[in-house]
Every structure is written in C-alpha cells, then in structure tokens.
Design a protein around this ligand. Structure first.
Ligand SMILES: [Mg+2]
Length: 343
C-alpha cells in the first residue's frame, strides 16, 4: 500500500521529528557533499516523489537531473510556497547599493581618500556579510580602523560602527526611496492566492519586515522567517535547509508539500538539500547552468512563468477532487498526512 510522502520523510527523520532538524540538516549537508563530489544519489533517497507526480507525463525533476520547463512542471499538490525576499520578491540590491554609497561617499571624502564609486560595491562589498564589506572597502583605500564591537553606535569610527551606519543608511534609503516588488513576482503571489496556496518569506536579512513593508507586501505574509527569527530561535542559516523547514512548519505544512523559490547560490543549495517538493531558481544573474548544478528543478527569468502550470494544477485538482473516491490511494496520499508527519 502506498504510503504518503511526508510520513516516509518523518520516518527518515526518526523519532526526533522536526525537533531533530539539526541532525536532519547534517544529513542533508552530507548528501550535498556527496553530490558535489560527483556521486549519483538516487532521487528517491533524497526525497520522495510527490504522489501527484506519479503517472504524470512530466518526469519528476529529480529524476531528470535537468531543469524542467516552467510550463511543463507539475505543481499539483504543492500547498506552500517559500519565497526568498531579496532578488526574488524585491530588487533590494539597488537599495543596498545606494545605502553603501550613502555611507562611504561622505566618509571617504572626509578621509581625503579616493572617492566612492558604484564599481566599488561590486569589487569589494557585494555578497559579503556587512562588516566584511566594510573591511574590504577600507582596505582598498588603505584605511585602517579599529574593529570595535557589534554594539558600537553608528557614529563610531570603527569597522562595526561603520557597518551599523550602513544599516541605518539602508533603512533611511528604504524609507525615502521605497522599493517596488517585481511585478511578475506579485503576479505569481496573486495566482497562488487565487489557487488557495500558502506563502511565506524566508530571508537571511534582518531587514526583511522593513523591506516587505516598503514594498507593500507585508500583509501578504503571515509567516516570515528572517535573520532575526533565525538568531532568536537558533536556526541554522542558508545554505542549510532549516529556515525553509521552519517556515513550512509555521504554515502547518510538511516540507514535501512546499516549493522553495530562490535566486542566490546559498538559497538554492538550501532548497536542494531539504526534502521540498520543488526548488525554483530565479535567474537574476547567477546563471541557468549554475542554478541547475546547485540543484534547482525549474529555472525562470521571471516568476509569472509558473502561472500557467499553477492554473493547470488547480484545474486538475478540481477534477480529481470531484471525481476521486476518497479511499483510492491517490486521494489518500494527497489527504494531508500532516499529523502523521508530526508524530
Ligand atoms: Mg536572494
């Protein structure tokens, strides 16, 4: 008798269940390392095939080892959508760029150093944790400052003081300039809402609530697992899958019922190393090949490319719900084995 996918995952996680998330993450990371070394791991060992994908004319992405066309992907049975924020819902990089300029242009001028240019952002700051970005830029100008401490006031002339000043500049820039969400991402959010799906934001940034507010998206997300939540709850950050798993749990769903949507390397890795139903890579510059190698199942330039598949899944689901005998294996498997998973 076929067993529901989430129940299998619970069995795999052992008696610790979700509380055993750390051990689970270790295991996922182990799997990732094996993949990187070139071992082929059968997809069924990495995560169960979703019941709705059985018998589908579309090969499950994990079986194909190649991205599935966004129009062909089977989204039936995906009940939760776990969105990264920066680069997926909002073009926040531009706000960060402006904030760094707001910090360093006057600072470098006061130091009599070579003026700050946008190219400095890409050369010394982009992608690094905030204080590392400060150190790197200062080094490029031959400026040495004391390290200071995380608790330093933004007015202090230390590495941490400048980093904290940048955060202030970020919030000020956000408040003044706002940030427009990607229209295609909003279109997908609308389509998910129409289909009755659940959504959450999973972001490493501690500024996620402010960004969501500025983008006019805050009311759409009851569940936000951001850097502040992760620090408070001791959740391991991306590339571990734990933040996404926590978001699924807060939605009341099993990870196997959720899709992860990411644009960054660490985020796609996080999705691919967890038991999620689908990992969608949004190509904002990482590149299709890199996203594929990192484990994305579907790659899009814009998220509205998923809407036709989502609407098709909704139609199929309506037909299945109307016609299915509740005792058939397919219907039983789709009937939320959530409590079983939590046992
Ligand atoms: Mg991102």
């Amino acid at each position: 008798m076929p067993r529901a996918a989430p129940a299998r995952a619970a069995a795999r996680r052992g008696p610790g269940g979700r509380r055993g998330a750390l051990a689970s993450a270790q295991n996922h990371r182990h799997i990732s390392r094996r993949r990187r070394r070139g071992h082929t791991l059968a997809p069924r060992h990495r995560r169960p095939t979703h019941p709705r994908l059985k018998g589908s004319p579309v090969t499950h992405p994990r079986d194909a080892h190649a991205p599935v066309d966004p129009h062909d992907v089977d989204l039936g049975g995906i009940r939760g959508w776990l969105f990264d924020l920066d680069g997926v819902l909002t073009p926040t990089a531009i706000v960060h760029m402006h904030a760094w300029a707001r910090l360093f242009a006057p600072f470098l001028e006061a130091q009599g150093a070579e003026p700050y240019r946008d190219a400095d952002y890409f050369a010394y700051i982009d992608g690094k944790p905030r204080y590392d970005g400060v150190r790197s830029l200062l080094e490029s100008r031959g400026i040495r400052l004391p390290e200071g401490a995380v608790s330093d006031a933004p007015t202090e002339e230390t590495v941490h003081g400048l980093g904290n000043r940048k955060n202030e500049a970020f919030n000020a820039t956000l408040a003044e300039e706002g940030v427009e969400p990607y229209p295609a991402s909003v279109a997908l959010l609308d389509a998910i809402e129409r289909a009755g799906g659940d959504v959450a934001v999973v972001s490493s940034s501690k500024n996620a609530p402010a960004v969501l507010e500025a983008a006019g998206l805050a009311e759409r997300f009851e569940v936000v697992v951001d850097g502040a939540v992760a620090a408070r709850e001791g959740i391991v950050g991306k590339p571990a899958p734990d933040m996404f798993e926590r978001a699924a749990e807060l939605l009341g769903l099993a990870p196997e019922e959720c899709a992860v949507i990411e644009d960054a390397e660490s985020g796609v890795k996080a999705g691919a190393s967890g038991p999620f139903a689908l990992v969608v890579g949004v190509d904002r510059g990482v590149g299709r090949q890199a996203l594929t190698e990192l484990g994305a199942d579907v790659i899009v330039d814009e998220l509205d490319e998923l809407i036709p598949a989502l609407e098709r899944a909704g139609e199929t689901s309506a037909i299945v719900n109307d016609a299915a005998d509740p005792q058939t294996p397919t219907a039983a498997a789709a009937a939320v084995p959530e409590e079983e998973d939590r046992a």
